[in-house]
Design a binder for this molecule. Structure first.
Ligand SMILES: [Zn+2]
Length: 356
């Protein structure tokens, strides 16, 4: 693993390279960008380069063969702390930071221990979108006064998802979707089983490896087409579409993490669709990602007289649905009201506010 294998984030690499050359690396970072574009991989490569025994830190290179490089690759480096949200939890538990029977002494303790291999300690905290207020509070002092030479890297999808107390204490590094050529190369290198052809898959994947893998089975790709066509009817509730959505989720047999990923995919696709439609009706001329999307947008425009106001409400309602994914155990209770509201909003009806 070397920097050459990190695709699509050259600019961010240069930022870190310059800072390392001047010995001016910050201590706390928040990486933000869509899921499945390689932020975690980038953070691990940064750690590998800082730990590599063959190169000096200012060179920010990794040899891939020294014990340190191999330990980072194997996830066993004693000075690299990695944590992420457990699949069965809605947030990053406070025990991970402050210590508990389940999680040992906790990150705030572990990051302050003297580095085992010399140098420094590095922590990669994935799923920072799911930091609860109490977990964030337990982390604040460490973020404010990180142990000498330690580096903490939080990974999240957007700044809006972070608590202000976290945002104000981190240097923010923004990552964008992977360019199509990079995504194509990554997917071609994965030796995937037969499925949706890459020339169809890449444009539909929003520059995310994770989304491409989700869409790779032909039945999932076909579901995407169905969802876009249904949104274009302006009456998403029609034809018992809720049943199709639940069928796609595989409610009972799908593990919770995959189900949530599928729900986010549904929300993101709808937000992208309404967003493109809003731009088109506002006189802008955005490029739809692929022909399926272009066709659905054209259909919606034909059916819709003056949609600008409703479109903003449709996006807001879908963002609300997306933010509630972690709260609902039963997807029908999340998706049913959402579809009903979309149909109402699409026809210019106002919604009755629901108390939570
Ligand atoms: Zn090395």
């Amino acid at each position: 693993m070397s920097w050459n294998e990190i695709r699509g984030h050259r600019h961010q690499e240069h930022l870190f390279r310059r800072a390392a050359q001047k010995d001016r690396l910050a201590s706390t970072f928040l990486f933000v960008g869509p899921e499945g574009i390689g932020k975690r991989k980038f953070a691990r490569q940064l750690a590998r380069s800082l730990f590599c025994e063959r190169y000096g830190e200012e060179e920010l290179q990794s040899c891939d063969s020294c014990p340190s490089c191999q330990q980072v690759t194997a996830g066993t480096h004693p000075d690299l702390l990695e944590l992420r949200k457990p699949n069965d939890k809605n947030s990053l538990p406070i025990g991970m930071f402050a210590g508990s029977d389940d999680y040992g002494p906790g990150l705030c303790h572990d990051i302050a221990i003297k580095p085992a291999a010399g140098g420094r300690r590095i922590a990669i905290i994935d799923d920072a979108d799911f930091l609860s207020t109490e977990s964030a509070n337990s982390l604040l002092k460490t973020l404010e006064e990180p142990p000498p030479r330690s580096i903490l890297i939080l990974l999240g999808t957007s700044e809006q998802q972070q608590l202000p107390t976290i945002l104000s204490r981190c240097q923010i590094v923004r990552f964008g979707p992977l360019p199509p050529t990079d995504l194509h190369e990554i997917l071609a290198g994965l030796e995937l089983e037969e499925g949706t052809p890459l020339e169809d898959l890449v444009p539909a994947s929003s520059g995310s490896v994770q989304q491409a893998l989700l869409l790779h089975p032909p039945e999932v790709f076909a579901f995407r087409t169905q969802l876009l066509q249904q949104l274009a009817t302006l009456n998403p509730l029609e034809g018992d579409f809720l049943k199709s959505l639940l069928g796609f989720l595989g409610e009972k047999e799908t593990e919770a993490a995959l189900k949530r990923a599928k729900l986010r995919f549904i929300a993101d696709l709808a937000i992208e669709f309404y967003g493109l439609l809003l731009q088109q009706t506002s006189g802008l001329n955005p490029d739809p990602p692929d022909s399926v999307s272009a066709q659905a947008l054209a259909q919606a425009r034909e059916r819709w007289a003056a949609p600008t106001v409703q479109l903003a409400s449709l996006i807001e309602r879908t963002e609300l649905m997306s933010s509630q994914i972690e709260m609902y155990l039963n997807s029908a209770n999340l998706l049913g009201p959402w579809l009903a509201d979309l149909s109402n909003l699409s026809h210019g009806r106002t919604l009755v506010p629901i108390e939570f």
